[in-house]
Write a protein that binds this ligand. Structure first.
Ligand code: TXA
Ligand code: MG
Length: 331
């Protein structure tokens, strides 16, 4: 959060925040940091502005947007009914990387929810984001601020790469902390379902919800429309490797390859080929993965990612990286 404060106090952030809020109020788009990834925001109640988000991203029309609010009390502005358990969750996770799906109010445009009668609501844990929402005076619909299918942006520079010329302003809050998108939790079902895994895992949610399940396989695809599309794709070849040995062998056979993985994996790959170490813990690896891929695709012709699918604590990261590789695992 330090960088946000520095930005606000030293770089004229106050005026830029006011200007950004005015842009949102007038139906324009603003990219802003959250604790997960950067978002591309518009007034959630302005269907035309929301249409411009879809256009700027090249996003399919059937993929609903998450609506960002600044406090739990504002959930009623976008959700028809807000169960007690939602407020209970927000006691712990507001602000935080959790999106809650609830029935939408009638006047929230179907453009925002891609035709669904439900809405995903999130209270981001980032001062700039919260201040932008407050000053705009409206809930802000915002997908990740990347071109559709590309790697989600964790720095303002990443947003610039995909969005320059298309939007008037990017609020720069430095590198995001969590690094992958929020957990999407559907509370409209009898048993709460995590449609998209994130930093807030079912294990963390279970004590509050009693019962909660991870949606796996085809059903998820139907339920969280966004998950069926190609996602997080680097512009160069991207595959995964179960062992440092397979990764190293591939990199030797294919000069111009970089191996990206956790510290221990990369250490075992050795010095013979280029490597990028993401850290040791799941939190560190999540924080650094997207940025490492964005950097790597500029320099290398292929990326080998460590395969995280066998490690439960890396469940959310694997969910994303498996899409980057299209599920390709080296033999
Ligand atoms: O961390 C995040 O969630 C970031 C930041 C900017 O807040 N936003 C984000 O938005 O990742 P986006 O649009 O890239 O992903 C939203 C996901 C999609 O998979 C979408 O299908 C799902 O949430 N989603 C949104 N509203 C939904 C709804 N009403 N029902 C089911 N899934 C929904
Ligand atoms: Mg996205």
């Amino acid at each position: 959060m330090d960088s946000v404060e520095r930005f606000v106090t030293e770089v004229g952030g106050e005026e830029l925040l006011d200007k950004s809020a005015t842009i949102i109020r007038n139906g324009g788009l603003v990219a802003f940091p959250t604790e997960t990834v950067y978002g591309l925001g518009a007034d959630a109640f302005n269907a035309e502005a929301v249409t411009d988000i879809f256009r700027a991203k090249g996003r399919p029309q059937d993929n609903p947007l998450i609506v960002h609010i600044s406090c739990p009390e504002d959930a009623k502005r976008v959700a028809k009914t807000v169960p007690d358990v939602a407020y209970k969750l927000w006691e712990t996770f507001a602000p935080g990387p959790l999106t809650i799906i609830l029935p939408k109010v009638d006047d929230l445009p179907l453009t925002t929810t891609a035709g669904l009668q439900t809405v995903g609501i999130r209270i981001p844990n980032n001062k700039l984001a919260l201040e932008l929402i407050r000053r705009s005076g409206c809930p802000i619909a915002a997908p990740s601020a990347n071109s559709s299918g590309r790697i989600s942006p964790t720095k303002a520079e990443h947003v610039y790469e995909d969005m320059h010329g298309k939007i008037p302003v990017i609020l720069d809050g430095g590198a995001t902390d969590v690094g992958i998108e929020s957990t999407v939790l559907d509370l409209t079902k009898e048993v709460p379902v995590v449609l998209r895994p994130g930093a807030v895992t079912v294990e963390i949610l279970a004590p509050i919800l009693g019962k909660v399940v991870n949606h796996k396989g085809k059903v998820v695809i139907a339920e969280a429309p966004g998950m069926k599309y190609k996602h997080y794709a680097p512009v160069v070849t991207c595959v995964s490797a179960r062992t440092p040995k397979t990764a190293a062998e591939y990199a030797v056979r294919n000069p111009g390859t970089v191996v990206i993985g956790s510290d221990s994996f990369v250490a075992e790959v050795g010095d013979a080929v280029p490597t990028v170490a993401l850290g040791t813990t799941p939190a560190e690896c999540m924080r650094n993965a997207f940025s490492a891929m964005r950097t790597a695709e500029k320099t290398y012709t292929a990326i080998v990612l460590e395969y995280f699918g066998d490690r439960e604590e890396f469940f959310a990261l694997h969910n994303r990286l498996n899409k980057s590789t299209g599920g390709k695992i080296l033999d």
